[in-house]
Design a binder for this molecule. Structure first.
Ligand SMILES: Cc1cc2nc3c(=O)[nH]c(=O)nc-3n(C[C@H](O)[C@H](O)[C@H](O)COP(=O)(O)OP(=O)(O)OC[C@H]3O[C@@H](n4cnc5c(N)ncnc54)[C@H](O)[C@@H]3O)c2cc1C
Length: 391
């Protein structure tokens, strides 16, 4: 077993920290949070730095880094700006989707554009009526007849909810029913249709969330939206299974977001405990301040190890469904507990909007519901432990 941190991970952490110090300081992050947007130029800059191509192969303009490197990057990004990390995870999932399920033409078209920051895609699965029960979805897509027996353009009709990044996206990968349910299996007959966002049939309404405001998530209405004949990603009727293949990576990278939030909260609270004086001593001299910080440091080490182990397993091509689910569950719950403890160390200052901890506290609250609710993660873990399926 080797717990030494590879030098390239340290270098990556340093370059992310330097980027924020130089180009995206806290005041600007706060302004983006208040404006509820991330300017597209940030993605262009990430592309120049090679950070959009981390999970893309060199022949498509990327550097083919493994998931462990992605998790380290995501943690460091989230330490400063969690909304940005959340959107980066979606870019990474987009790369995986095309890499594993795209046609050669789709790979050649979208992966280089993704690496250059010229293409953003959202994932539209959740619907207002179903929520967690995604398979109850009612959005439908049908394909017109094309020439020479080929399929023609697609028409998409329905509504999605919590479609992250949809406001900025060039296209939305919409999970739709295209074919009847087979053998009572609701997962069959669903397809992924890459639907252009800028068109009269697509309306995006941003939801005002309490956290991760700069990235943001939306309701999306598809009113006979059209998609080209080659918009199907993966096999027709097997869209759900294509999504399942990306779940471990999504959970690991999401866990890394909450490791980053916890690490940032600890940095801020620790510094405050050293700087702030009361009764003639730094408040960090009081046990009532030291103990919660010791707890936060301990829990941070636990979730970082769990996340890195899951990422390492996936990077080795090994089974990690249990570990990635546990990492997402533990990291998201820990971030809530630990931002709360750190807020108390800051006293009233923690509640002031100018304090970065106020933003991290709000951002942490989204973890238990995204990309999957922690109740569903526990259902999955229960089943993995040999208990009957509960849903
Ligand atoms: C910030 C954010 C970003 C998101 N981004 C995306 C995205 O990009 N694309 C996308 O498609 N979706 C996205 N989602 C949707 C997310 O996956 C859903 O919020 C999540 O699946 C829960 O659905 P719901 O919020 O409708 O809760 P509901 O389904 O209404 O559930 C309410 C509560 O009941 C619990 N519950 C429901 N069923 C069970 C059960 N069987 N057992 C135990 N508990 C249960 C839930 O865990 C939850 O606590 C995002 C959500 C958030 C909050």
């Amino acid at each position: 077993m080797d717990f030494d941190t590879p030098e390239e991970h340290e270098l990556l952490r340093d370059s992310v920290a330097q980027f924020f110090d130089r180009e995206l300081p806290e005041e600007q992050i706060r302004a983006h949070d208040q404006a509820r947007s991330i300017p597209r130029e940030i993605w262009s800059r990430f592309a120049e730095l090679g950070w959009l191509g981390l999970s893309i192969s060199p022949d498509h303009g990327g550097s083919d880094a493994d998931v462990l490197t992605g998790a380290v990057f995501c943690e460091e990004l989230s330490r400063r700006f969690p909304s940005l990390a959340m959107d980066w995870v979606l870019l990474s999932m987009t790369a995986r989707m095309f890499r594993e399920h795209g046609t050669e033409a789709q790979k050649a078209e979208y992966l280089p554009r993704l690496a250059k920051g010229e293409f953003i895609m959202s994932f539209g699965m959740t619907e207002p009526s179903g929520g967690t029960d995604i398979l109850s979805l009612t959005t439908r897509a049908s394909q017109a007849d094309g020439e020479g027996g080929e399929g023609g353009p697609w028409t998409v009709r329905g509504q999605k909810l919590f479609t992250t990044f949809a406001g900025d996206a060039d296209a939305i990968l919409v999970l739709c029913r295209t074919d009847p349910i087979e053998n009572n299996k609701r997962a069959r007959g669903l397809s992924l249709i890459l639907t252009p966002r800028q068109q009269p049939g697509v309306e995006v309404r941003k939801l005002e969330l309490m956290g991760m405001r700069a990235g943001g998530t939306s309701e999306v209405f598809f009113d006979d939206a059209t998609a080209p004949a080659d918009a199907l990603v993966g096999e027709r009727g097997r869209g759900w299974y294509a999504l399942l293949s990306s779940l471990d990576e999504e959970r690991i990278l999401s866990a890394a977001i909450y490791v980053g939030i916890t690490a940032a909260a600890l940095d801020i609270a620790l510094q405050y405990a050293k700087d702030r004086a009361a009764y003639g001593r730094p408040i960090g001299a009081f046990q009532a301040i030291q103990h919660p910080l010791a707890d936060v440091a301990t829990e941070l080490a636990q979730i970082r190890l769990l996340t890195q182990k899951a990422a390492w397993l996936l990077s080795q091509g090994r089974e990690c469904a249990r570990e990635s689910a546990m990492a997402k569950l533990a990291a998201s719950e820990t971030a809530i507990r630990c931002t709360d403890r750190c807020m108390r160390v800051l006293g009233g200052y923690g509640l002031v909007e100018a304090s970065p901890l106020e933003r991290l506290f709000r951002d942490a609250r989204l973890g238990p519901f995204s990309p999957i609710s922690n109740e569903m993660v526990k259902n999955f873990l229960g089943e993995r432990m040999g208990l009957p399926r509960s849903y």
